[in-house]
Design a protein around this ligand. Structure first.
Ligand code: UD1
Length: 363
């Protein structure tokens, strides 16, 4: 038996293809563990239904908290669970959220080997909680499953033995490829009264962008300015909602060309990316999805741990400075934006490659 850990929304589209591939292969039974880091239906429950994820064997119900507090709660709750129920043959963690590092640590301390899906990504920005999670998780894992070619170079540079490193591609693309046909028949655009190529899709939730009014206010001023020319649709993450309220925006509000909507289910979100004139985001997953769908992506961050989305994909790092974002917007409007190229192994077949690696090492 293997434990598969999910906790936050971006884990779910990574675990779903793996759950399916493990079931098809039959070598290992999967015990799905939900830490409860995300708990709203919009952030978790609806994704299980859409992605066909089996219900978790347990929900540790840790909920929200400060960085250290949430990580500690997950560590303690998962260790208790392992001690109560017995050790699996291995544990699979995905991504870079607090659930990822906490469960990897609990397992490693009990001598259970861990595999990390999305190993080797580095933003080199230690102010991001995710960067700390990435570095620590890789250090705890026996199997390092790499999605971005930069991860191979980085893990080698950090001294990891090559037999621990496996370039398997991007598992989120497995979910994207599988769900795209249904996403294309989503009614979300009609429901919102927008047309393909005639709106910009926005998501912002990184602490560096949304936690301080000093950064968020100028970004929102810019979005409102640009929304005079083309509608902007902003899907508001729960972390961002109270910050927008502090700036005087209300949930569900439309102000000029700017419309706020709730966090979207998986397929509606995919459709909103696919049909957008451009995407403004600080989400790592949406940078990747935009690249695969060849939609211009304004990465509203000073850096990215996913450089292939800039080198080969359709993403450009525009930072959080309104002047730089406006310049990039003018270039897009003038038709000057790079064309995305295919990214190696982002082909929808990553999950079976991961299962082959797990079988080779753990069977
Ligand atoms: C987490 C991840 C981030 C990922 C993001 C995707 C970490 C450090 N961060 O950030 O990498 O990109 O998920 O969504 O793990 N909240 C709710 N309902 C929920 C969950 C959260 O209202 O279901 C609110 C709470 O007020 C909470 C806040 O959102 O305090 C932040 O949630 P948290 O899990 O701490 O981090 P995210 O910002 O969601």
């Amino acid at each position: 038996m293997l434990d598969g850990i999910v906790g936050a929304r971006p884990n779910l589209m990574k675990m779903a293809p793996l759950a399916r591939a493990l079931a098809e292969d039959g070598t290992f039974e999967l015990r799905l563990v939900h830490t409860g880091q995300h708990y709203d239906s919009q952030m978790s429950g609806s994704f299980f239904d859409e992605l066909g994820l089996p219900p978790p064997a347990v929900n540790l119900e840790v909920g929200s908290g400060r960085q250290g507090q949430q990580t500690a709660r997950i560590l303690e709750a998962y260790e208790d669970f392992l001690l109560r129920t017995g050790k699996p043959r291995g544990v699979i963690v995905v991504g870079d959220v607090n659930s990822t590092v906490a469960c990897a640590l609990a397992a490693a301390k009990l001598q259970i080997p861990v595999a990390h899906v999305e190993a080797g990504l580095r933003s080199f920005d230690h102010s991001m909680p995710e960067e700390i999670n990435r570095i620590l998780t890789d250090a705890l894992c026996e199997i390092l499953l790499v999605s971005d070619p930069s991860g191979l170079i980085q893990l080698a540079r950090e001294g990891y033995a090559t037999d621990r490193i496996h370039f398997v591609g991007n598992i989120m693309v497995d979910s994207l490829v599988r769900e795209l046909p249904q996403a294309e028949s989503s009614t979300v655009l009609a429901d919102l009264g927008i047309r393909p190529q005639q709106y910009v899709y926005v998501t912002l939730h990184r602490p560096a962008n949304v936690d301080s009014a000093q950064t968020l206010r100028p970004l929102m001023d810019l979005v409102q300015e640009l929304a005079e020319d083309i509608p902007f649709v902003f899907a508001v993450h729960p972390r961002t909602a109270p910050k927008l309220a502090e700036l005087g925006f209300s949930p569900g509000e439309t102000r000029g060309g700017l419309r706020f909507i709730d966090p979207q289910p998986y397929r509606a979100n995919l459709r909103l990316i696919q049909a957008a004139r451009a995407v403004f985001t600080d989400s790592g997953g949406i940078q990747e999805e935009s690249s695969v769908l060849q939609v211009p992506c304004f990465t509203v961050r000073p850096n990215t741990e996913r450089p292939v989305t800039v080198e080969l994909g359709s993403s450009e790092i525009v930072g959080s400075d309104p002047g730089c974002i406006r310049d990039a917007w003018r270039r897009l409007c003038a038709g000057v934006w790079k064309k995305a190229a295919p990214i190696p192994l982002w082909d929808g077949h990553t999950a079976p490659r991961i299962v082959r690696v797990l079988r080779g090492v753990w069977a």
